[in-house]
Each structure stands twice: as structure tokens, then as C-alpha cells.
Design a binder for this molecule. Sequence first.
Ligand code: ADP
Ligand code: MG
Length: 336
Amino acid sequence: MSAEPILAVDNLEQRFKTPGGLVYAVNGVTFQVAAGESVGLVGESGSGKSTIAKSIVRLGEPTGGSIVYRGQDITHLGDNQMRSLRSKLQMVFQDPTLSLNPRLSVRQTLSEPLRLHKIANGKADLDAHLNRLMDLVNLERNLLDRRPGQLSGGQRQRVGIARAIATEPDFIVLDEPTSSLDMSIRISIIELLRNLQQEMGLAYLFISHDLSTVRYLCSRVIVLYLGTIVEEGTVEEIFSAPKHPYTQALLSAVPIPDPALRSSRNRIVLPGETPHLTHPIVGCPLADRCPYVEPSHREGRIPMVSVGPGDHRVACLLYQDGSGAGATAPDASEAA
Ligand code: ADP
Ligand code: MG
């Protein structure tokens, strides 16, 4: 990672007041993203991924911690101060049907940010920008005058992506951008995202529970459980040598198309279910479900420790001795 991260999230915390009491959605999340880097954020439903995403683009305000974009603390910026930054810090949502205004044509949807941020000046310039955007996301220019209801799901998400890149951002949060789409369409959207990232030098925070897509699109991965980071490392480190018992279980559930490979793999199933967090985390968040738990794992705060030559780090006391060997931890290399 380069010296100056484009985004630095520090000790992020989000609690929600609900009729049933406080929900501890995000509990001290710290990570950085370098310029041009593609970071995957993975974890099961309810682990806090969307909450983190919304905090970053200021669609939600965290209850603790900080978010620094290019050296500027944006954690509590008001709408007015955020407006100019919005052009640089964009988001693509899970469901384009919900995130696009059904009454606006594609032309109107894409013209809005181009005008607002004074990227296009005058009709001819606006048309040129619109055409270029359509080309960039591989949409026929004659679709500009359609409304979302007259487009396919894949085309709608291409419009969502075009809207995000219209303002020439350098950072895009993608919150499960393909999960509402058919499998065949997913692949072409992921391909598009990868090309755009390379052509425009974009940094991505790519949220997904589809691990094979993360493996294809990202260079680094952050694994979330109950709103805390349990492991992070390069795609190679995480997929070939996952250390945290939670990561190992998560990876062991990835579908393998090849039946021979599938049968040779150990499927790790953790006992119990992911709880709904209505109290602060004490000790390891996985303690109640971990086969390797010891009494000492239920106390204090579990620090991230380095388990490799690079940035591979894990929040697990099984690796606490610093050897990184994890002698007592399972070897799940066959699980990847
Ligand atoms: P993910 O995107 O990983 O599925 P979310 O960030 O959407 O997870 O949710 C994390 C937790 O926070 C969940 O338990 C969810 O029910 C809760 N949550 C999210 N948004 C709100 C909200 N606005 N009010 C109350 N609880 C919320
Ligand atoms: Mg979500």
C-alpha cells in the first residue's frame, strides 16, 4: 500500500437505537484503501457491510470513530460541505431498481451530476459527455431516452455505474452491485467494473458475499463478522491460507464447480447461528461458535496480529504468540 491512503477508516462504530434496544452494527472497524486499489469487504448478511458503506459516502453518520478521505476528516461533514466531495466519492447500490428514479430518463439521470458538478457546459458538451458515458458502460446510445422501467436489470445497473463514474470519482463503494442480477449478467457487470477500474484508476471498496467475484476483482480482502474485522490480507493470502476459523468456514462454503475438487474439500460448518448483537462485544465475537475457544478468549478486546510477511492480519488469540504459525489453529489450506 502506498504511504498516503485515499481512505482511512478508524475505529468506526455504529449503534442503532431500535424499539428492542441498541443494535451494535459496527464495532471498531479500522482499515485503509490506497489510491487505485480494489478492496473486498466480505461477511454474511447482517455483518455491517452496508452500514460501513453508507458511513463512508455519508448516507449515514457513525456513532463513533472517523473516516478520513485524502487527509480530510469527513466523519461529520454536513450536506453542503459534502457536496463537492460527492463527485469524488461515489457509490453503486445493490438494487438499481430502487436507486434509480423511475420517472427520469437515462439522459436526465446522467445529466444531473454532470450539471451539478459543472462537468458539462452547454448542450453540445453535455451530449458529448452522455455519449462517452454510455460507451464506457457498453450501453447503446439510443437507450438514453428510456426510463428504468424500459431497461433490463443488467442495463439498469450499467446506468447506476454510469451515474457513479459521471463525476470522475477516484473512489467508489460498490454494495453488492450484482446480487440482484442473473448469473449470466453478473459476469459481464464484474468484467465492466474491472475494466473501468483499470482504465480510470479507480479505488473500490467492493462489498459482496460472492467470494469468487471478490477473488477476481480485488487485490485485498477484509473479512467482517458481527461488525468487527476478523481477518484481512491479500486475495492470495486469504484464499490460500485463511487463518481465522470464521474465514475458514466462510471459504469452505464457496461453491466449487468441479465435482472432483468439491468432494476432496473439507466443508467447515460452525455450530449455532450468527446472533443479533444487542450488547457490546467482549472477547472474541466468534467465541460461542468457535471449535477452538478457550476461557481466555472471552475477555478483553482481541487485537489484530500479523500472520505473514505482508499485511496478512488476524484477530484471533490462536495466533497471539506472534509466530504466525497458528500451531493450535486448523490448517484449512485444502479448504480454499
Ligand atoms: P449487511 O450489509 O452486512 O447485511 P447491515 O449493515 O445492513 O449488514 O446491517 C448490520 C446490522 O445493523 C444488522 O443487524 C441490521 O439489522 C442492523 N441495522 C442496519 N441498519 C439499521 C437501522 N437503520 N436501524 C436499525 N438497525 C439497523
Ligand atoms: Mg448489505
